[in-house]
Design a protein around this ligand. Structure first.
Ligand code: J2J
Length: 581
């Protein structure tokens, strides 16, 4: 296995193989296998383009040979940042084929994220979409290449004038014999939703991902007749493999790539292509329901709508079947592995109020209290998990791994959940310091670290604030320095200029005199999250020890009280990046 990755213990791996869960699949070999099975059936639809299975396999072979000719070697890491275009699928499989490891990045990532991904992965290549949605990714890539000596090759879609950039179209050569991959080796890296200031990389092996996609595709009963709409970005684990793109192709179905998840585009594609299955985050589901009232699109082909990635309100869940005419499948998942889903034969109550059961009988799920002891059904605790497609360690992160996993290899998800007596999961909240905005995960610590570099900011604490449209928004509490009070717009501009992806910018900011602390002296985010949800009239953090002595909070004479000086700006509704693609 690639250095820096944590393998499953030998006996466990042996058991997964013996039980046929890991069946020795090499993801790089799949397109050819599919071509043999499904021939000229349509594999991918994007705009006017329709790509058959044989054509897809041929293109993957040629692109793989092209990468090898460019000097790509087995084990190389290549950051892959493309939108929902067929090239994403072709390049990903071509890199698998060549034994290189794509690192899946969001198109909304900017220099801050890309620099980190390149450094952490030691990437030797970076694939970009040229100019996409008005942003010049090639320019960003060149900037990164100038900074990072290991980054030797930039591949860009479309026209390029720079001799330092390889046009993606030219990564093409007559197919060559390539060695097979070790199925237990890492195939690619997914990005963690993150709890730490710097995002972590999740190694996914050929065997584990093949198992995940096969399992979910068979749960979904996918056949050659199925048409999957990739409405969310393809690099999202949900879209790529739950069953998503890989699961649908494995079953001989058709993948339709939507440029973005707007109701307009997606309804048109559902009608035109006879889409049977798609997956969205709750925010997108809400938009679709609202749009449904005005749209006369024929959605009758749609059998199942998967919703996951963030908490789905039961009221929203209850509208899916009556208003869209399809079955709802709740999905709780994570790029780290574990997936739970509602099943076709679950009763209505279970579908509306739970996130379903783990997809594999080999998934081990525990709910534990603060001391790590298992709690009974119905009691909320932290969700721990291990299993045949759940990582055993983040890439090159030994210190973090020591905290993120138990000694016997359970991953501490940071999610708070309970189990029903039937073993269905109900997500109740989370311990981890993350904002889930739309489907986007934002690590509070990352935004805080950037805020602290802004002039006039002495302390910063980022918390989620409930939002009807996005589920949560990003709320920053700030302590000023030197009497400076940057406005929210100025702060956003400063963070943007630092290369932070836009979906991580605070939606609101509020200056306070001080931050509340827990008895252990840590910033009390519970108090802050509760305060964020209240109108910002004034803030009074009273430490437990001060509580008795403290004067009435509202008293203007109270010297220890902290006055709030709200600079809150009304949030402008903006789509989560998962929606922008
Ligand atoms: C509440 N919170 C949820 C849900 C994920 C399928 C579906 C989703 C993801 C995903 C994924 C949730 N209700 N139904 O990779 O393959 C929150 C939890 C979880 C975190 C993981 C997939 N579904 N979440 O969202 O890696 O907090 O994966 O730990 O982006 O999203 O985020 P991510």
């Amino acid at each position: 296995m690639l250095e820096g990755c944590t393998p499953w213990p030998a006996e466990t791996a042996e058991r997964y193989r013996r039980e046929g869960l890991w069946n020795g699949t090499d993801l790089g070999a799949l397109p050819r296998l599919w071509a043999e099975r499904y021939g000229d059936a349509t594999a991918i639809v994007a705009g006017d383009r329709r790509i058959g299975y044989t054509e897809l396999a041929d293109r993957v072979d040629r692109t793989a040979a092209g990468f090898v000719r460019q000097g790509v070697e087995p084990g190389d890491r290549i950051v892959l940042q493309l939108p929902n275009v067929p090239e994403f699928v072709e390049v990903a499989f071509a890199l698998f084929r060549a034994g290189a490891k794509p690192v899946f990045s969001l198109t909304s990532h900017r220099s801050n994220e890309i620099r980190h991904l390149c450094e952490l992965s030691g990437a030797s290549g970076y694939v970009v979409p040229g100019v996409f949605r008005g942003f010049d990714h090639t320019a960003l890539a060149l900037e990164m290449a100038a900074e990072l000596p290991a980054l030797r090759r930039i591949y860009a879609q479309g026209e390029t004038t720079s001799p330092a950039v390889v046009p993606l179209e030219s990564v093409d050569a007559d197919p060559v014999e390539l060695p097979a991959n070790d199925p237990s080796d890492v195939a690619f890296f997914l990005l963690s939703g993150g709890t730490t200031a710097l995002p972590k990389l999740i190694p996914r092996t050929h065997d584990d991902y093949a198992y995940q996609t096969r399992t979910v595709a068979s749960l979904a009963g996918l056949t050659t007749e199925d048409v999957y709409l990739a409405a969310l970005p393809v690099e999202f684990n949900f879209t790529w493999g739950c069953p998503g793109v890989v699961g649908t192709l494995s079953a001989g179905g058709t993948v339709v790539l939507a440029p973005d998840p707007t109701a307009d585009d997606c309804f048109r594609l559902i009608e035109r292509e006879g889409v049977t299955l798609t997956s969205v985050v709750p925010t997108v589901a809400r938009l679709w329901l609202d749009e449904r009232e005005w749209s006369d699109a024929d959605l009758s082909s749609l059998k199942v709508l998967q919703i996951g990635g963030a908490r789905l309100e039961p009221e929203l869940a209850a509208r899916i079947t009556p208003e869209l005419g399809c079955r709802l499948q709740q999905v709780f998942g994570m790029a780290e592995g574990l997936l739970t889903m509602s099943r076709a034969d679950d009763d209505v109550d279970a579908v509306l109020h739970t996130q379903g059961r783990p997809v594999s009988p080999a998934d081990e799920v525990r709910i534990v209290d603060e001391r790590g002891a298992d709690v009974p059904a119905g009691v909320t605790g932290e969700l721990l998990t291990r299993g045949p497609y759940t990582l055993r360690g983040y890439y090159r992160a030994p210190e973090h791994n020591a905290r993120a996993f138990t000694e016997d290899g359970f991953y501490r998800t940071g999610d708070l959940a309970s189990l029903t007596p039937e073993g269905r999961l109900i997500v109740r909240g989370r311990l981890k310091d993350v904002v889930i905005r739309g489907g986007d995960k934002i690590a509070a610590g990352e935004v805080e670290a950037h805020l602290l570099t802004c002039p006039g900011i002495a302390a910063a604490a980022v918390v989620p604030v409930p939002d009807e449209f996005l589920g949560e928004r990003i709320y920053a509490f700030l302590v000023g320095r030197d009497g400076t009070r940057p406005t929210l717009a100025e702060l956003k501009a400063a963070l943007h200029a630092r290369g932070l992806a836009d979906y991580k910018l605070p939606d609101r900011a509020e200056f306070v005199a001080d931050l509340p602390l827990t008895p252990l002296g840590k910033i009390d985010k519970k108090v802050l999250a509760a305060a964020a949800a209240e109108p910002a009239v004034s803030r009074h953090w009273t430490l437990a020890a001060e509580a008795e002595a403290a004067p009435e909070p509202a008293s203007p004479a109270a010297p220890t009280l902290q006055e709030a000086a709200p600079v809150t700006t009304a949030p402008v509704p903006s789509l989560p990046s998962a929606q922008k693609g």
